[in-house]
Design a binder for this molecule. Structure first.
Ligand SMILES: Nc1nc2c(ncn2[C@@H]2O[C@H](COP(=O)(O)OP(=O)(O)O)[C@@H](O)[C@H]2O)c(=O)[nH]1
Ligand SMILES: [Mg+2]
Length: 413
């Protein structure tokens, strides 16, 4: 699974070779023209998507003992940061490079250990704290801040929250928009620890905690606040006018995890495009992944449409097949399949085509043309584009939802 960079390069080379091997009846000059006009842009698109993708960088701030390490472990799904029941004395940030080998992905988690602890709660050395944090921000360039606050202590944390608010505003002036999520940890031990988190009274306490923050600390009017989950207000708030500030209550206690998935989804939505691939592959979020798929299908159909509008009359649908095979494999990979030719085999087999196990790229191309509705003598841009679009949608239904729908039965607007 996953978009390993080496595998991607190899696949793109194979696709390029495939085009040269196809028995297309046209002169070398025309063939080169079509290759540059059709395959070139698609290969570049994929190359950019993969080459430019980079690990997401998440910076975790908050006082010692409030649950930073526990949060890192809950997000990553295994223990990477040491959880300390006793407040440690060491200071300074730790950057965890977290590999997910099975997905070919990496995350960068920065634990700003004890950073806020230098602020004396009585003396107002807010400035010093801000200066230090800004230095680290410039060093690590985080995509998101996760500010962890033990929900039981929110009433004494307004200084820390305002430091974050200030930092956010300074950055905004420089046109740097880094989302901040205020995490309210330890909701499981709010009130009576024995009572389940779903208990109405506990839910009420969670909501009270969030309301306190928006009213008293951030001083936001309630109409500007939206629920992250419409049916469960306790799962978190987000600022309606400014998508980049959210409050999410959590329990990261390993035996009693609660609401971590709301945070995971929110992160998936707000990360910059380049950092999304490494994040979403690990978190396997179908909704967000489908956005990638949608844009790939659109791009590839547009590129295919270029065939029909080329000055050379083309009677051969073969010219489109390398592009389409690549598209099928990409969609499969986004849905968690391996990035290799077998993924395209699997799809065509599911569509009822007789695909032998040992078939190579060329035979695959032959089979593929059987699925494409051919409209007339020459390929028009419209047909090339809509056939590619329908094929992409069909592959999406298959890989993401396990549905077998022939592209011929897909209506293209
Ligand atoms: N019950 C409960 N305990 C938590 C939660 N988050 C952290 N803890 C505990 O609080 C202590 C400090 O947590 P840790 O993650 O090391 O905090 P850090 O100092 O901010 O990194 C540990 O004993 C954790 O097990 C939570 O959501 N619920
Ligand atoms: Mg820690």
């Amino acid at each position: 699974m996953g978009f390993n960079k080496d595998k991607t390069r190899k696949l793109l080379e194979d696709i390029d070779d495939l085009f040269d091997q196809l028995p297309i009846k046209m002169s070398g000059k025309h063939k080169t023209y079509i290759k540059n006009a059709v395959l070139g842009p698609a290969l570049n698109e994929v190359r950019n998507m993969i080459e430019e993708s980079r690990p997401p960088v998440m910076m975790i701030v908050g006082r010692s003992g409030h649950g930073k390490s526990s949060l890192i472990n809950a997000l990553v799904g295994r223990e990477v940061a040491k959880v300390n029941p006793v407040v440690p004395e060491t200071q300074g940030s730790t950057c965890y490079e977290v590999p997910f080998e099975e997905f070919g992905a990496t995350w960068r988690m920065i634990d700003t250990r004890g950073f806020f602890d230098v602020i004396n709660p009585k003396a107002a050395n807010k400035e010093e704290a801000e200066k230090q944090l800004k230095k680290e921000i410039l060093e690590y360039r985080p995509d998101i801040f996760l500010h962890v606050i033990n929900i039981k202590e929110i009433r004494t944390m307004s200084k820390d929250l305002l430091v974050m608010k200030d930092i956010r505003e300074t950055l905004k002036k420089e046109d740097i928009k880094i989302p901040i999520v205020t995490i309210l940890s330890n909701v499981d031990i709010l009130g009576n620890p024995r009572v389940p988190i779903e208990d109405p009274e506990k839910q009420g306490q969670i909501i009270q905690g969030m309301n306190y923050l928006i009213r008293e600390v951030f001083q936001i009017e309630e109409p500007k606040v939206k629920f992250l989950d419409l049916h469960h207000p306790s799962k978190g708030y987000i600022l309606r006018e400014d998508h980049y500030l959210a409050i999410i209550p959590l329990s990261t206690y390993p035996d009693n995890l609660w609401n971590v998935e709301t945070l995971e989804e929110y992160i998936g939505e707000v990360l910059p495009e380049r950092a999304k691939l490494d994040y979403l592959q690990v978190k396997n979020q179908t909704a967000q992944m489908k956005k990638f798929t949608t844009s790939i299908i659109k791009r590839f159909s547009t590129v295919a449409g270029g065939v029909g509008s080329s000055p050379i009359p083309i009677a051969d649908f073969f010219v489109l097949t390398p592009l389409q095979i690549l598209m099928i494999i990409l969609i499969g990979t986004l849905a968690g399949k391996e990035m290799k030719i077998e993924t395209a085999h699997e799809y065509l087999g599911a569509m009822g085509l007789n695909i032998g196990a040992a078939l190579g790229f060329r035979s695959l191309a032959h089979q593929l043309t059987k699925m494409i509705p051919i409209g007339g003598m020459f390929i028009s841009g419209g047909i090339a584009s809509s056939a590619t679009f329908a094929l992409g949608k069909s592959a999406e239904m298959y890989f993401f939802h396990g549905k077998v729908v022939n592209p011929k039965n897909i209506k293209v607007k």
